[in-house]
Design a protein around this ligand. Structure first.
Ligand SMILES: [Zn+2]
Length: 158
């Protein structure tokens, strides 16, 4: 690895440890020429995940598109960019487990399952886009289902 300080191509690894929950390996290197240290990350080359859409076409999985949809659902809600990023990461992990071929329905299902646990408003917003709501009746139906699912938990706390 070429040293970022002096450009010499002679280094030794002084420390090596897993990073990103084991998703990569972080290596601390020391340049033999100038003695300065730098870090490299080794990770598996991104494998292609293909999403089949409802209209029959398919496209490569787009993490940014997923993140944009979730950010939109959380607009004005009490959350931080870091929390959004963590949610996107978890959803991506779950979707990749089903890969290399998934459907947009599976991706949407994972998002809804996540949002339902985190924020009801964001969930309903996302569901309204994802499920293509036609009017307030659709909203009421979804809200009813949401409340029904929560009911047992409420009873337990009494
Ligand atoms: Zn150097």
């Amino acid at each position: 690895m070429r040293c970022p300080w002096c450009q010499a191509d002679d280094d030794r690894v002084v420390d090596s440890r897993p990073a990103d929950d084991g998703g990569s390996i972080r290596r601390r290197r020391e340049c033999a020429a100038c003695g300065r240290r730098f870090t490299t990350f080794e990770r598996i080359e991104e494998v292609g995940l293909v999403v089949a859409k409802r209209d029959g076409s398919s496209e490569p999985f787009d993490r940014e598109k997923l993140a944009a949809g979730i950010r939109k659902a959380f607009a004005g809600r009490p959350t931080s960019p870091l929390q959004i990023e963590q949610m996107v990461g978890r959803i991506e992990t779950r979707v990749r487990r089903k890969g290399p071929d998934v459907t947009s329905r599976q991706v949407g299902g994972e998002v809804l399952a996540m949002l339902q646990k985190v924020d009801e408003v964001a969930y309903l917003r996302y569901a309204s886009v994802y499920k293509d709501f036609q009017g307030t009746a659709d909203f009421e139906r979804e809200l009813g289902m949401l409340l029904e699912k929560k009911e047992p938990a409420r009873k337990r706390t009494r």
